[in-house]
Ligand binder design. Structure first.
Ligand code: GN1
Ligand code: MG
Length: 355
C-alpha cells in the first residue's frame, strides 16, 4: 500500500519528493497518511471515501472555499491544501481519490484527560463557527444530504431492521427498542429551525474531539480538521457532537458500558470554551437548546452505528464484527445518563451562559 500512497503523493505539488508514508489518526471514514518528504517537510495525504462522499468535486470545492476564506481572515488558522501537479483540487487515480494538505503538528485527543483540554476544544469549535459567520453559505454544496436529520436517520434504522440482511437484529433487539422508544424527540431541533426559532449557520457538523489539533505545550487550539461536512447547520449540533465524544468517562468503543457516563466537569469545561468563543453571537434560544443538541447528536450517532451493524458494517471502519454494536451501546448509555442528569446539564449551560 505504501508504494501506492507514495505514488499518489508524488502527483501533488509538494515542496520536495515524498519518501515515506505512515498511517495517521483514527477517522472512521477516510484513510489518512502522514507523508515525509526528502527535505523534511510533512504533508497529510487522504484517500477520500467516495462511497460516503459520492460527489468529490462538490466536497473539494467546499473545502477549498472554506479553508481559503479562513486563511484569508487569519493566515494559518485553517488547513492549507495543496493542488495536484495538474492544478486540480484532488487526484483521481486507480488507487482512489486523494487530497493533500500541509501537516499541522500537535495533539489530537482521543479522550480528554483534563477539563482544561476540553475547554480548549470548545474554544476551537466556537471560534470556527464564529469565523464563518459571514461566509456565503450559498457557495457550499450539501456533501451528505440530511446529515443531521435525526428523524430520517431513525427511518433508515427502521428500514435496516426490516430488511435485516444479515439476520443480526436478533442480537440487537434491546438496542433497537431503545432507539425506537425515543423517536418522538428526534425532530425537535429541526422543527424549531423550520419555524425560524433557530438560526441556520455554517457549521462543522463533525465536531468529534479528535477533530481539533492542540498545541501540546500551551494547549491553545491550532486548527480544526476534517472539514468534509462543513455545511449549513445548527450551533447545537456542533456543541453536541463534541460533548458526545469528549465529555464522557470512556471511549466511543468501550465494551464495558458500566464505565461510561456523562462527565459533568468535562461538560462544563467544553460549554465554557464554546460559549466564550461564540460570545454574544448565540441567541438565548440557541443556548437553551445546547443540552438537547448534545443528547440528539449522541442518540443519532448511536442509531447510525446500530444501522451500520444491521447493514453489515458498510459505512464506518470497523475492527471486528461487533464493533458497531459496541459503539451503539456506549451512545445509549450516554443518552440514558443525560436523561438522568437532565436538570444538572441544563443548569450547567444556564450558569456558564449567565442566564
Ligand atoms: C465519523 O470521520 P470521523 O471519524 O471524524 C462520521 C461522524 C460520526 C463519527 C463517529 C462523515 O467521523 O458523523 O459522528 O464518525 N463522519 C461522517 O465516530 O459520517
Ligand atoms: Mg475525523
Amino acid at each position: 500500500m505504501s508504494e501506492a500512497i507514495l505514488s499518489a503523493a508524488s502527483r501533488f505539488a509538494l515542496i520536495s519528493a515524498p519518501v515515506r508514508a505512515e498511517k495517521l489518526g483514527n477517522g472512521h471514514i477516510n484513510a489518512t497518511y502522514l507523508v515525509q518528504c526528502e527535505d523534511g517537510s510533512q504533508y497529510v495525504l487522504q484517500r477520500i471515501n467516495d462511497r460516503v462522499f459520492t460527489d468529490v468535486d462538490t466536497l473539494m470545492n467546499n473545502i477549498f472555499a472554506v479553508t481559503s476564506y479562513l486563511n484569508g481572515r487569519e493566515p494559518g488558522s485553517s488547513l492549507r491544501f495543496v493542488r495536484t501537479n495538474d492544478g486540480e483540487k484532488y487526484l483521481r487515480c486507480e488507487a482512489g481519490c486523494f487530497r493533500a494538505y500541509e501537516y499541522v503538528p500537535g495533539l489530537c485527543l482521543e479522550k480528554a484527560l483534563t477539563p482544561a483540554q476540553l475547554e480548549t476544544c470548545g474554544t476551537a469549535f466556537g471560534r470556527f463557527q464564529n469565523a464563518l459567520a459571514d461566509f456565503d453559505a450559498s457557495v457550499l454544496g450539501e456533501t451528505i444530504p440530511r446529515f443531521h436529520d435525526t428523524e430520517n436517520r431513525l427511518k433508515k434504522l427502521e428500514e435496516a431492521a426490516e430488511a435485516d440482511p444479515l439476520g443480526r437484529l436478533k442480537t440487537a433487539k434491546a438496542e433497537y427498542e431503545f432507539y425506537m422508544e425515543r423517536r418522538g424527540e428526534a425532530g425537535s431541533m429541526l422543527s424549531m429551525q423550520a419555524a425560524g426559532a433557530l438560526k441556520t449557520r455554517v457549521t462543522h457538523n463533525d465536531t468529534k474531539l479528535n477533530n481539533v489539533i492542540l498545541d501540546p505545550d500551551t494547549l491553545e487550539p491550532r486548527c480544526v480538521i476534517d472539514l468534509d461536512t462543513v455545511m449549513p447547520g445548527l450551533a447545537g449540533n456542533d456543541f453536541g457532537d463534541c460533548i458526545r465524544s469528549g465529555a464522557t468517562t470512556g471511549k466511543e468503543d468501550e465494551p464495558d458500558v458500566s464505565l461510561i457516563y456523562v462527565d459533568t466537569a468535562l461538560y462544563r469545561a467544553f460549554a465554557r470554551g464554546f460559549l466564550g468563543a461564540c460570545g454574544a453571537s448565540l441567541s438565548e434560544k440557541e443556548i437553551r437548546t445546547l443540552p438537547m443538541g448534545a443528547k440528539l447528536m449522541t442518540y443519532e450517532c448511536g442509531a447510525r452505528f446500530l444501522t451500520d451493524y444491521l447493514c453489515g458494517d458498510v459505512y464506518f471502519h470497523t475492527d471486528y464484527p461487533q464493533h458497531n454494536l459496541v459503539r451503539c451501546r456506549t451512545q445509549m448509555k450516554l443518552v440514558a445518563d443525560s436523561e438522568n442528569k437532565w436538570n444538572e446539564l441544563n443548569d450547567i449551560i444556564r450558569e456558564e451562559a449567565g442566564l
